[in-house]
Ligand binder design. Structure first.
Ligand code: HEM
Length: 160
C-alpha cells in the first residue's frame, strides 16, 4: 500500500516538474483560464445533474422526469468533462503539495463516490421515468451531497 502511495506522490511530483506544470505556473493566462473552465464545469454539473437529483428527490413533480433527464443529462456530462480536464491542468501547477493535502485527498475520494454513484444510477435506472423508487431517491441524495462536497472542498483548497 505504501509503495502504491509512494508512486502516486512520485507521479504528482513528475507532473509538477513536467512542461505542462511549468506552463501552468508561467503563463499568465493558463491558470485563470483553466479556473474559469473549472467553474463553468461546476455550474453545468450542478445545473444539470443537481437539478435532476432534486426532481428525483420529489421536487417539481409537475415536470415529466424522463424528458427532464434526457434534457439535463448532457449538460451534466459536459460539466463533469470540463471539471475533470481543467482540474487536471490546475493540479499540474502545484501537484506535489496538493497530493499531500488531506483536503485534496478528501475531494478526490468524494469525486470517485460521485462518479461511481452516477454510473450505478444510470446502470440501474437509465433515464428514470415514473415516480422514482426509494433506492433511486437515496442515490439522488448521495449524488447531490457528493457534488456539493466536491465543490466546497475545491473552494476551500484555495485557503490551504
Ligand atoms: C466534478 C468535479 C469537480 C468539481 C465540481 C470541482 C470543483 C472545484 C471548485 C468549485 C473549485 C474552486 C474554484 C475557485 O475557487 O475558483 C475547485 C478548485 C480546484 N480544483 Fe476542482 N473540482 C472538480 C474536479 C477536480 C479534479 C479532478 C481536480 C484535479 C485532478 C481538481 C483540482 C482543483 C484544483 C487544483 C483547484 C484549485 C485549488 C486552489 O485554489 O488552489 N478539481 N474545484
Amino acid at each position: 500500500m505504501e509503495e502504491v502511495w509512494g508512486s502516486i506522490v512520485e507521479a504528482a511530483r513528475g507532473l509538477e516538474g513536467s512542461p505542462l506544470g511549468a506552463f501552468m505556473r508561467r503563463s499568465p493566462m493558463a491558470y485563470p483560464a483553466a479556473n474559469l473552465v473549472h467553474l463553468a464545469g461546476l455550474v453545468m454539473l450542478l445545473g444539470g445533474i443537481g437539478a435532476l437529483d432534486l426532481r428525483v428527490l420529489g421536487l417539481g413533480r409537475a415536470v415529466p422526469l424522463s424528458a427532464l433527464s434526457r434534457y439535463l443529462t448532457p449538460f451534466g456530462l459536459i460539466g463533469i468533462a470540463f471539471s475533470l480536464i481543467s482540474g487536471g491542468f490546475m493540479f499540474a501547477a502545484d501537484a506535489g503539495a496538493l497530493i499531500n493535502s488531506r483536503m485534496f485527498q478528501a475531494k478526490m475520494a468524494i469525486l470517485v463516490v460521485g462518479l461511481l454513484n452516477a454510473v450505478a444510477f444510470r446502470g440501474l435506472f437509465g433515464d428514470p421515468g415514473g415516480e422514482p423508487s426509494f433506492g433511486a431517491r437515496a442515490m439522488a441524495g448521495v449524488s447531490l451531497l457528493s457534488w456539493i462536497a466536491v465543490a466546497a472542498l475545491g473552494r476551500l483548497l484555495g485557503y490551504l
